[in-house]
Ligand binder design. Structure first.
Ligand SMILES: [Cu+2]
Length: 322
């Protein structure tokens, strides 16, 4: 069973600022995968393969490597980071943690790439991102059959910390068309965060998960799919573009509910959030997400608040989209 340890959460929160809140001297450049050179793509894939071989650092039960632990961070709290205001901030920090681990554990010099999905709406399966030599490989409804991740195995899922499964994909080009520009424009036009985040979640966000399918379709275990990070970094870029359209206001604009709807929990097979976790939100007990909301990273990285992740160029993220 997936375990939550409230005592541990608080302990880690106290250490939050030690390793991360330095100054941002050199921003990581986050580029579109389609615009990267073959050499840059190889550097990223090689670093990702390295991360999958690194030993665990957080002591997560059942984790055989750092990849399992990073995935666990999403699995164990999938019921409090979706359909809530913290959806975009939590995933923004998750992208940063992944990028940071590539840089510090595997010597990766670049920034986290993003998958600019509007480019692939008209020819999904033909995307360069699925190239078996320079990209992530293609389909495989049992296990992916080509590309660099054919040997990837994972050990934690939504119901067990002693699982053993491979990476799978089952393309759905029709579902992917939700990534189209009209939908992005619709979300971009919304004035307040609490409206725009749910639009981004419902439209461009579902496109990547439903379009790739397989592991990516699993609402809890989807970060086992390496494409998850390029997909969510793209979503993060869309949020940042929305923020930039009115930065003075939107650098601090937060909102939305703290507790997912009953319907959402049932639809995704998520358990009800436990009191120990809810008590740690830090918003003062209400059902509205604030800048004080705590973002938990299960010991893989320090916990931070929503406030700390709001600026993509700030000391925590230290990145820019190019
Ligand atoms: Cu997620």
């Amino acid at each position: 069973m997936v375990r939550l340890l409230p005592g541990l959460i608080l302990l880690l929160a106290a250490e939050a600022s030690a390793a991360w809140n330095g100054t941002c001297n050199k921003k990581s450049q986050r580029k579109a995968w389609h615009m990267m050179s073959v050499d840059e793509r190889k550097e990223y894939i090689d670093a990702e393969l390295c991360l999958m071989e690194r030993p665990p650092i957080a002591g997560i039960e059942g984790a055989q490597n750092l990849w399992d632990e990073l995935q666990f961070a999403h699995i164990t709290q999938s019921n409090i980071i979706h359909n809530v205001g913290a959806f975009l901030p939590w995933h923004r920090y998750y992208m940063r943690v992944h990028e940071y681990l590539l840089q510090t554990e595997c010597g990766y010099k670049g920034g986290q790439p993003y998958w600019e999905q509007v480019r692939d709406v008209d020819d999904f399966a033909g995307s360069v991102i699925f190239d078996p030599i320079t990209g992530f490989g293609g389909e495989g409804s049992d296990c992916v059959v080509d590309g660099p991740f054919t040997n990837l195995r994972m050990h934690i899922n939504g119901t067990s910390n002693s699982a053993d499964y491979c990476l799978s994909r089952a393309f759905n080009a029709t579902a992917f068309t939700t990534a189209k520009q009209e939908n992005i424009d619709e979300c971009f036009s919304l004035e307040k965060y609490e409206d725009s985040y749910s639009c981004y979640q419902a439209l461009p966000h579902t496109a990547g998960h439903f379009g790739v399918g397989g592991t990516m379709y699993d609402p809890a275990a989807s970060p086992g799919e390496p494409l998850f990070y390029l997909h969510h970094t793209n979503l993060d870029r869309l949020w940042w573009e929305w923020q930039q359209a009115n930065l003075t206001f939107r650098l601090t604009d937060m909102g939305g509910q703290n507790m997912p709807s009953e319907e959402f929990l049932r639809e995704n097979g998520f358990p009800d959030p436990t009191p120990g976790v809810v008590d740690y939100f830090g918003d003062g007990g209400g059902n509205v997400t604030t800048l004080n909301h705590n973002l938990w990273m299960v010991g893989v990285a320090p916990n931070v608040t929503v406030r700390e992740v709001m600026d993509i160029g700030g000391p925590l993220n230290c990145a820019e989209y190019v």
